[in-house]
Design a protein around this ligand. Structure first.
Ligand code: OSB
Ligand code: MG
Length: 370
């Protein structure tokens, strides 16, 4: 399969509702789409999950444009590959910049699956025909508003509720949720808002039977998380700290977590995500698929990844309508009673809605092979 051309679009989409975490609020999504074509004219799509500002990780929309244009696209354009696993070798001389790498790698997986007339899920080795999904709910200034949001999503059937916590918005908020919903599968994501000085407070969360606490400590830490896990009963799930299979191995060996949130962008692509999934399966560590407020393209990639067998816990991949007035794929992603049916068309299985894609495009670059 020869990589004939790559198109990068800078997109701007407005989310229906602002989304607030411990590090800030986001409503405007400024992100990139990559389209890769092979010599037979198959077209694969990928999405960059980097945000405009570097609050979740160090990558931004601008750094991903730089990396794609000056390093990553030249490394693959015109090359012939027989399998997407080879892309990591082509990128082998470029350190980190995982979200930029995953943008191209994801598009190459899609074009590979289309080239072989199979679904992306099947190309990855996934077997599930539907996936179980939860919902991630942002911080609300008033707890009544949060409870109203939770109520709506429980009524829609989402399989578990994830709420964001931060210092001053934690034990009492979780207590209020548990009083209203004693049995709902519930978890909390701190996005690195605490330190080991907060151990006593974090121990108080043990009384609420949370499925897990996600990334309580620093975004680059796996040592303190191991110390914390020894002192709390609630399983720790790592998100920000895990960038590779090697990080995963070290975190599991240290006892830093019992669960891993897999995000393709954070780990540099679907091939690495699959390796992490496979390794965790051998260690008895559950994984689930995280979200980055993606458009339909990234969402479709997440759905395909979640069909792998060790994605045993509901992920953050909600339906399109939770985020967008109009998504950029046809059909849109629909979650019904907490399940998304895996599409059966080739590749990502959803068709880019070009009218919507063009409408939200603010910049575009085309790279052709010689
Ligand atoms: O609904 C989603 O896509 C997941 C939302 C979410 O939790 C999140 C959104 C943006 C950045 C980081 C995170 C996170 O998982 O920590
Ligand atoms: Mg998280």
């Amino acid at each position: 399969m020869k990589i004939n051309s790559i198109t990068i679009r800078r997109m701007n989409m407005t989310m229906k509702h602002p989304f607030t975490t411990s590090f800030g609020t986001i409503q405007q999504k400024d992100f990139l789409l990559a389209t890769v074509t092979d010599a037979d004219g198959h077209e694969g799509w990928g999405e960059s999950v980097a945000f405009t500002a570097p609050w979740y990780s160090e990558e931004t929309t601008e750094t991903t444009i730089h990396m794609l244009r000056d390093f990553l696209i030249p490394a693959v354009l015109g090359k012939t590959i027989s399998h997407p696993d080879e892309v990591s070798d082509l990128f082998g001389h470029i350190r980190k910049n995982n979200m930029a790498k995953a943008t191209i790698e994801g598009a190459i997986w899609d074009v590979y699956a289309k080239h072989h007339h199979m679904t992306l899920a099947a190309a990855l080795g996934g077997k599930r025909q539907r996936i179980e999904v939860g919902i991630s709910i942002g911080i609300e200034e008033h707890v009544e508003d949060l409870l109203a949001n939770i109520n709506g999503f429980i009524e829609e059937g989402y399989k578990r509720i994830k709420v964001k916590i931060k210092p001053g918005y934690d034990v009492e908020v979780i207590r209020a949720i548990r009083e209203a919903y004693p049995d709902v599968p519930l978890m909390a994501d701190a996005n690195s808002a605490y330190t080991l000085d907060d151990v006593e407070l974090l121990k108080e969360l043990d009384q609420f039977n949370l499925m897990m606490i996600e990334q309580p400590l620093a975004s680059d830490d796996i040592i303190d998380h191991a110390t914390l896990q020894k002192q709390i009963k609630t399983p720790i799930c790592l998100d920000e700290s895990i960038h590779s299979l090697e990080d995963t191995r070290k975190a599991i060996e240290l006892g830093s977590c019992k669960i891993i949130n897999v995000k393709t962008g954070r780990v540099g692509g679907l091939s690495e995500a699959k390796k992490i999934h496979d390794y965790c399966a051998t260690k008895g560590i559950d994984v689930w698929c995280g979200g980055m407020l993606e458009s339909g393209i990234g969402r479709a990639q997440n759905i395909a990844l979640t069909t792998l067998p060790n994605f045993t816990l509901p992920g953050d991949t909600a339906g399109s309508s939770r985020y967008w007035e109009q998504d950029i794929i046809t059909p849109e992603v629909v979650a019904n009673e907490g399940y998304i049916t895996v599409p059966t068309g080739d590749g990502i299985g959803y068709i880019p809605n070009m009218e919507a894609v063009e409408r939200f495009t603010v910049d575009k670059w085309v790279f052709l092979s010689e």
